[in-house]
Design a protein around this ligand. Structure first.
Ligand code: FNR
Length: 370
């Protein structure tokens, strides 16, 4: 028997419950990182090397943690990032995330490799103003991507997040040890029978992703859409500066939840090197936003990233675990936990609004010492 939802006090608790309820294949796919999972662990560990420098005697009777991402309102500086194969965990799949995000007014990024169809996920919105972004894997067959993005634009998706850290899928060995059994419709996989099922769920579905993708293709991408473009999976200041110079709308400093290159650095560590380089070049502005994902489990993790210059952070696995165990209500409860933590932390840090979180409020001296 699983504990009642209100016994989940923090985001880690959902992982414990999910491990009990998920099938072996689903647990392997969701929880795995690549190779030795050093990066996956480091994503969370890195936040443990950042300390607060709280300010006292500020009026924190009311705190406001609402913000906007790429101009779109969010009740939290936290969004639900794209994670593939939602139905492995629950029959309603990604729709659980849509419903919870809508009820709590946060933004969901819809994955290319969702188990539910794109239209099902859009139709699950709880209200008309609900904002959704779309995560894009560029298909070797560009016509497929073009058609998908036209549809996304028509259905009111507000931004495109192009994943750039996965020209080949990482080896997630937990996942590979458990043979892939089919999990239902996936629009991008044209010939499912050609898929090699011995390589785990991830490899089996990703064969269409184009490894030839390069900077020039972004010109093509811009020519076929009016939506803002953000690169997801940037890992150095050099590539961030290049994206800013190209006039893109932002980057997600991310290593794909530690599922791609093992020994990639955490997004939060990359953020520390990115901000000064952007500032030096006059490229640090609200026209080019920085996002971070990987290992974020507490509101304090998000606040550290914001103090260091990020607009918002993405969370992946905890929301998957929450709905695997409790459906949309679980995800909603997880979001409420983050809001309660956010309120308390901002009071204790002495920052009544997110704008009050300045770089001086964090001590990052230990961040680069491993
Ligand atoms: C992912 N992630 C991901 N990213 C992406 O761009 N396209 C995808 O299809 C997926 N699929 C996916 C599946 C699963 C099961 C996980 C756990 C992750 C990466 C995701 O967007 C994000 O970068 C990480 O999940 C963030 O780390 P945490 O919050 O899971 O630690």
């Amino acid at each position: 028997a699983i504990p009642p939802l209100d016994q989940c006090l923090n985001l880690y608790d959902f992982e414990v419950v999910a491990r009990q309820v998920l099938k072996g294949t689903a647990w392997a796919y969701y929880s795995s990182g690549s190779d030795d999972e050093v990066t996956m662990r480091e994503n969370n560990n890195a936040f443990g090397r950042i300390w607060f420098r709280p300010r006292i005697l500020r009026d924190v009777s009311t705190v406001d943690y609402s913000t906007s991402l790429l101009g779109w309102k969010s009740s939290l500086p936290i969004y639900i990032t794209a994670t593939a194969l939602g139905k492995l965990g629950h029959p309603e799949g990604e729709k659980n995330l849509t419903v919870a995000a809508g009820r709590e007014n946060i933004i969901q990024m819809i994955p290319t490799l969702a188990s539910c169809s794109f239209d099902e996920i859009v139709d699950a919105r709880t209200h008309e103003q609900q904002t959704q972004f779309y995560q894009v894997y560029i298909n070797s067959n560009r016509a497929v991507t073009e058609k998908t993005l036209k549809r996304a634009e028509q259905r009111g998706v507000r931004a495109l997040f192009v994943t750039v850290d996965a020209p080949q899928l990482g080896r997630r060995e937990k996942d590979m040890r458990i043979k892939f059994d089919d999990v239902g419709s996936r629009e991008q996989v044209e010939n499912k029978d050609n898929v090699d099922r011995s390589q785990g769920a991830a490899r089996a579905i990703s064969s269409f992703i184009d490894p030839s993708l390069n900077w020039d293709d972004l010109h093509w991408l811009r020519s076929i859409t009016r939506l803002p473009i953000v690169l997801k999976g940037v890992q150095t200041w050099e590539d961030t500066v290049r994206a800013a110079e190209m006039g893109l709308s932002g980057v997600v400093l991310s290593n794909h939840g530690g599922r791609q290159l093992d020994f990639a650095r955490s997004g939060i560590e990359v953020l520390a090197e990115v901000v000064p380089e952007l500032k030096k070049r006059g490229l640090y502005s609200s026209n080019f936003q920085l996002f971070v994902d990987g290992g974020i489990r507490r509101a304090s993790d998000a606040l550290k990233a914001i103090a260091m210059g990020a607009t918002a952070v993405g969370i992946g696995r905890p929301f998957l675990y929450a709905y695997s165990a409790y459906g949309a209500d679980g995800v909603q409860h997880a979001i409420k936990i983050l809001k309660a933590e956010m309120e308390m932390d901002m009071r204790l840090i002495g920052a009544p609004t997110l704008k009050d979180l300045v770089p001086e409020m964090v001590d990052t001296r230990a961040l680069n010492m491993h």
